[in-house]
Ligand binder design. Structure first.
Ligand SMILES: Cc1cc2nc3c(=O)[nH]c(=O)nc-3n(C[C@H](O)[C@H](O)[C@H](O)COP(=O)(O)OP(=O)(O)OC[C@H]3O[C@@H](n4cnc5c(N)ncnc54)[C@H](O)[C@@H]3O)c2cc1C
Length: 401
C-alpha cells in the first residue's frame, strides 16, 4: 500500500474532520482531539443512536443486575454539548468519494477536510440451517444486550443458555450468566476453553475455577437450530441434539471494511492503515476494530480498548499536525471474576512452543519462537507489573511504515 502524505484537499481546514462511528474508538478520538484543539469543527456521523457505553461491560452485566439503560453513560446530545461537536445519529454512511473528499449518507452528501473511519466490527453469526437460525443472538452492541435481557425477562425463570464459541467473549458470557443463576452449555469445536489463545493448562485452570458453577462444556460444531415447542434445538455435527431456551453466538467479529473496500481504499480483513493510522487515500484514516495495521511481518488486527485508546491518542496528535506513531497494545484480558487471564496471543502462523511456569500461585505461559524470542504470553491472575515486564520482553516485529 502506498501512503500519500499530501492533505486531502488544499482547503482542508475549511471543512470539518468527519468521524464515522460512535463507538469507543470514535468517542476516544473526539475526546483526544478536543484536548488539543477546541476550534476545528468536528462532525461525528453514526448509524446508531450515538449512545456512550463501555462495550466490554456487555459480557459482565447480567450478574451485576445491570440492564441496557444502566450501561449507557451518556446520549449523543450530551456528548455533542460536552465536546462541542456535531453528531448526526441514525445516519448511515453509504459511500465515500475520496476524489471529491465527500461521504454519502442517508441524510445526503457531506464534504470532509479529513475523514476518520471508526466503523467497528460486526459480531459474526454462525451459518446455521433450520427455522430458528434468526433466533440466535449475537451480542456485539448495546441493542443486542437489550434484546437478550428482553428474552430472559420474558422467560421469567432461570434459563438454559447454549453459547456457541468458547473464546474470550463466550467464556465471559458463560461465567456471567451462570453467576446470575442461569444454566449454561458452552459449545466449541475445540476440546477446551480459549483453545486459540492459551495452552491447555490455562484452559484447565479456568475450568477448575468454574467447578461450582452450572456450566457444561461440549465439543462440537452447531449445524442447525430448530424450534421445538418453547425451546431451541441445536443439532451438532456428531448428530447429537442440545435443547436450550436461548442460543447465543460468540464466535468472533468481522471488521466493517465493506464501505472502504467499495470506495477503493486498500483493505484486507479490515481497512489497511500504516503505523500512523493513515489509510490508502489522502486525508483518510481508520482506528478501532475496523482497522488493520501493516506490519513488518504482514498485517495485524488490533481489537480491544487499550489498542483503540492508543490509536486515538496518536491519531489526535497526527491530525493536529504532529505525525505520531501508534503504539502496539496487544494484551486482552478475560474478565473472569473467578480466574482472570491476560492474553497476548502470538501472531497467527508463528512457529514456536508454549513454556509454562508457576510463580506466586499464578500460571505464566510464554510463547517462544524457534529462535528463542518471546512472541506471546498468557497468565492467570495478571499483576500489572508482571504484565509490563512481559510486554517489555515481547518482540511483535511491528514496523511503522
Ligand atoms: C461482549 C464483548 C466484550 C468485550 N470485552 C472486551 C474487553 O474485556 N477488553 C477489551 O479490550 N475489549 C473488549 N471487547 C472489544 C471492544 O469492546 C472493542 O474493541 C471496541 O468496543 C471497539 O470499538 P469501535 O469503536 O472500534 O467499534 P464499535 O463499538 O463497533 O463502533 C462502531 C460504530 O460505527 C458505526 N457504524 C458502522 N457502520 C457505519 C456506517 N456505514 N455509517 C455510520 N456509522 C456506522 C456503528 O453504529 C458504531 O457506532 C469486547 C467486545 C464485546 C462485543
Amino acid at each position: 500500500m502506498t501512503i500519500q502524505h499530501s492533505p486531502a484537499r488544499p482547503s482542508a481546514r475549511d471543512f470539518p474532520i468527519v468521524i464515522v462511528g460512535a463507538g469507543m474508538a470514535a468517542y476516544a478520538l473526539a475526546r483526544e482531539l478536543r484536548k488539543r484543539d477546541r476550534d476545528t469543527p468536528l462532525l461525528l456521523v453514526t448509524a446508531d443512536a450515538g449512545t456512550v457505553y463501555a462495550k466490554p461491560l456487555l459480557s459482565n452485566a447480567l450478574a451485576a443486575g445491570r440492564d441496557a439503560g444502566q450501561l449507557a453513560s451518556a446520549g449523543a446530545a450530551e456528548m455533542a454539548a460536552v465536546l462541542d461537536i456535531t453528531i448526526l445519529s441514525h445516519t448511515r454512511v453509504t459511500g465515500i468519494d475520496t476524489a471529491a473528499c465527500a461521504i454519502d449518507t442517508t441524510q445526503g452528501r457531506i464534504g470532509y477536510g479529513r475523514l476518520v473511519l471508526a466503523l467497528g466490527a460486526g459480531a459474526r453469526r454462525p451459518q446455521l440451517q433450520g427455522d430458528a437460525a434468526h433466533d440466535v443472538i449475537a451480542v456485539g452492541h448495546l441493542d443486542d444486550y437489550a434484546l437478550l435481557r428482553r428474552r430472559l425477562d420474558a422467560l421469567g425463570r432461570p434459563a438454559h443458555i447454549a453459547i456457541l464459541g468458547a473464546g474470550l467473549a463466550g467464556c465471559e458470557f458463560a461465567e456471567d450468566f451462570a453467576a446470575a443463576g442461569h444454566r449454561v452449555t458452552l459449545v466449541d469445536p475445540a476440546r477446551r476453553l480459549l483453545a486459540q489463545l492459551v495452552p491447555p493448562p490455562l484452559s484447565l485452570a479456568l475450568l477448575r475455577a468454574w467447578r461450582a458453577l452450572p456450566i457444561a462444556v461440549r465439543q462440537g460444531h452447531a449445524q442447525a437450530v430448530q424450534r421445538a415447542g418453547d425451546l431451541l434445538r441445536l443439532q451438532l455435527d456428531d448428530g447429537s441434539m442440545l435443547d436450550a431456551d436461548l442460543v447465543l453466538a460468540a464466535i468472533g467479529s468481522r471488521p466493517n471494511a465493506a464501505l472502504a473496500r467499495e470506495a477503493g481504499l486498500a483493505t484486507a480483513r479490515g481497512i489497511l492503515v500504516d503505523g500512523y493510522g493513515r489509510a490508502s487515500a489522502p486525508g483518510v484514516y481508520a482506528l478501532g476494530d475496523c482497522a488493520e495495521y501493516e506490519s513488518g511481518a504482514g498485517t495485524l488486527l488490533r481489537p480491544g480498548v487499550a489498542a483503540l485508546q492508543a490509536a486515538a491518542r496518536a491519531l489526535a496528535a497526527t491530525l493536529c499536525g504532529t505525525l505520531t506513531p501508534i503504539e502496539d497494545e496487544p494484551v486482552l484480558t478475560l474478565k473472569s471474576p473467578l480466574c482472570p487471564i491476560a492474553v497476548c496471543a502470538p501472531a497467527p502462523g508463528t512457529h514456536g512452543e508454549w513454556q509454562l511456569a508457576h510463580e506466586d500461585q499464578r500460571s505464566i505461559a510464554r510463547f517462544v519462537d524457534d529462535g528463542g524470542v518471546l512472541r506471546g504470553f498468557a497468565l492467570t491472575r495478571p499483576a500489572p507489573a508482571l504484565r509490563r515486564a512481559l510486554m517489555a520482553q515481547l518482540d511483535r516485529a511491528v514496523a511503522v511504515a
